[in-house]
Design a protein around this ligand. Structure first.
Ligand code: ATP
Length: 487
């Protein structure tokens, strides 16, 4: 039976904690809001998602190279990029509860309420009024709308609001030992700027010819005011971004190319296409000439997972202006110098992680007429599974553990494996199903005689007897990146 969506989501969150995927940060100190840690299985899954992205972007594209730039950067970079002046959300406080809200989100919630109550005219009018106010940065107008639509604080229940103010999302800290002289530096709110400021270094040292791309995976930090929905909106998160530098005038065709390629990357994991949709930005950021999001249908609705943006020559031109260094490219084909245009693909690793977990999580009823039974299984793509195979000696004696370890030692160089000898085999299967292990291999008395083992498949639960010497090929065949990347 299918579960209601919020129950399913709650179950996924508790499963993620119980099986070592995601823990609340600093939990023994009651946690730190909107910050999470990845546990022993989470880190493996996360690394496998990173590898999938890195191979698809860098390894398979001769004209894309990687980068790992520092989190701290010169503070002027954030002035040039527009983050110091413009990276903010409109906030409003309730004077009775002292709670702070995003003004646009209070209005969005009201629009949803109107929709649910069948008041579509009111919903449309408010959407229009809010869009206008946001477009014109008209903060007093946002407050007027909150008052006019009688929006009350869900905590205090009152309408005693402050004015709407802009709240910058960047974290800052000081660099240098002496507090008075220390420079204010920011924790980067996106990885992209590290790519832009290294554009020339990479282009020259790698003798890159346009079109070419630079890809980077790394942490980003945003002081999100409303942090909710688990790892969807965190204050410390990870991005996988690629900036593709193109000749001005060709950006439309490259934009379409990357829009299609990135959706293909998502769908190759076997996710139903109906779970994905493109969302076109109608209100473009000041630097963009086209922008689409790739959205996934989470249990709480469609949410952005990845953005594809055509950023024009905005970033490089700004850095050229603020640094005083030329960031141009001489294009031998047309005999011209220009500042390249940029297409960006930017995916949130944590949102991709959550999507993968939710998509894989299945509660299966295995009851027969004789007995009730069930299991939770993570139907992860084998390439992404944290553990590729588990090795079980049937019993703890008769030399079976030694034989199992001997088999494991041969395989563990190539695959992440787990050894388990505690509990009945059925229980051990369930534990591995719950973390998505594609194979369980049992070593029994027959193994000692003829070197065969039983191999049990996660999804079908079918078992077969195979020669232990074939395990390398069997596991290798299923977890090979070829299965994902040669589509
Ligand atoms: P949103 O509108 O949901 O705040 P955004 O448009 O600000 O997202 P971008 O700046 O385009 O996001 O960042 C690219 C990607 O980084 C997003 O598609 C998302 O997957 C991820 N991301 C952004 N903010 C967060 C966050 N606070 N926590 C986790 N992931 C995030």
């Amino acid at each position: 039976m299918s579960k209601p969506n919020d129950e399913l989501f709650k179950n996924v969150i508790s499963h993620a904690k119980e099986y070592g995927f995601v823990f609340p940060s600093s939990e023994i100190y009651d946690g730190l809001s909107a910050v999470y840690d990845y546990g022993q299985n989470g880190v493996e899954l996360k690394n496998n998602i990173k590898t999938y992205w890195w191979k698809a972007m860098v390894q398979l594209n001769e004209n894309i190279v990687g980068l790992d730039s520092a989190i701290f950067m010169h503070p002027k970079i954030w002035k040039a990029s527009g983050h110091v002046d413009g990276f903010s959300d409109p906030m409003i406080d309730n004077k009775d509860s002292n709670k702070r809200y995003r003004a646009d989100q209070l209005l969005e919630d009201k629009i949803d309420r109107y929709d649910k109550d069948g008041k579509t005219d009111k919903a449309e009018q408010l959407q229009h009024d809010m869009d206008e106010a946001l477009k014109n940065d008209d903060l007093p107008r946002l407050k007027e709308l909150i008052i006019a639509h009688e929006i009350a604080d869900p905590v205090s229940g009152t309408r005693n609001w402050t004015d709407v103010r802009q709240f910058n999302l960047m974290f800052s800290t000081q660099m240098g030992a002496v507090a008075d002289d220390a420079d204010l530096v920011y924790l980067r709110p996106e990885t992209a700027q590290g790519i832009f400021v290294n554009y020339l270094n990479v282009q020259k040292s790698g003798r890159m010819k346009i079109p070419f791309g630079i890809a980077q995976i790394g942490k980003a930090f945003r002081n999100e005011v409303i942090a909710r929905q688990f790892i969807i909106r965190m204050r410390e998160f990870e991005q996988m971004e690629m900036q593709f530098f193109v000749r001005p005038g060709t950006q439309k065709e490259w934009f379409e190319h990357w829009k299609a390629m990135r959706l293909k990357w998502h769908l190759a994991l076997g996710t139903g296409p109906e779970k994905y949709r493109y969302h076109e930005h109608t209100k473009l950021a000041h630097y963009a000439d086209a922008a689409f999001d790739i959205e996934y249908e989470f249990p709480f609705g469609f949410k952005e997972v990845e953005g594809i943006h055509s950023r024009t020559d905005f970033d490089l031109s700004q850095h050229q202006k603020f640094s005083g260094k030329k960031l141009q490219y001489f294009d031998p084909e047309i005999n011209q110098n220009y500042v390249p245009y940029v297409i960006e693909t930017s995916i949130g690793l944590d949102r991709m992680f959550l999507l993968t977990l939710i998509n894989a999580y299945v509660e299966e009823d295995l009851s027969t007429e004789e007995k009730q039974d069930s299991r939770v299984v993570l139907r992860l793509h084998p390439c992404l599974a944290p553990v590729k195979a588990a090795i079980f000696p049937l019993t703890k004696k008769d030399g079976l553990p030694e034989k199992a370890r001997e088999i494991m030692d041969k395989l563990k160089i190539n695959f992440n494996l787990q050894y388990e000898e505690k509990d009945a085999i059925g229980k051990r299967y369930r534990r591995q199903d719950a973390i998505g292990t594609p194979f369980c291999i049992t070593v029994d008395h027959q193994t000692l005689e003829d070197n065969t083992v039983t191999i049990r498949h996660r999804d079908t639960m079918k078992q077969e007897r195979v020669d232990a010497g074939q395990l390398e090929n069997i596991i290798g065949g299923l977890v090979s990146w070829k299965n994902l990347l040669s589509l």
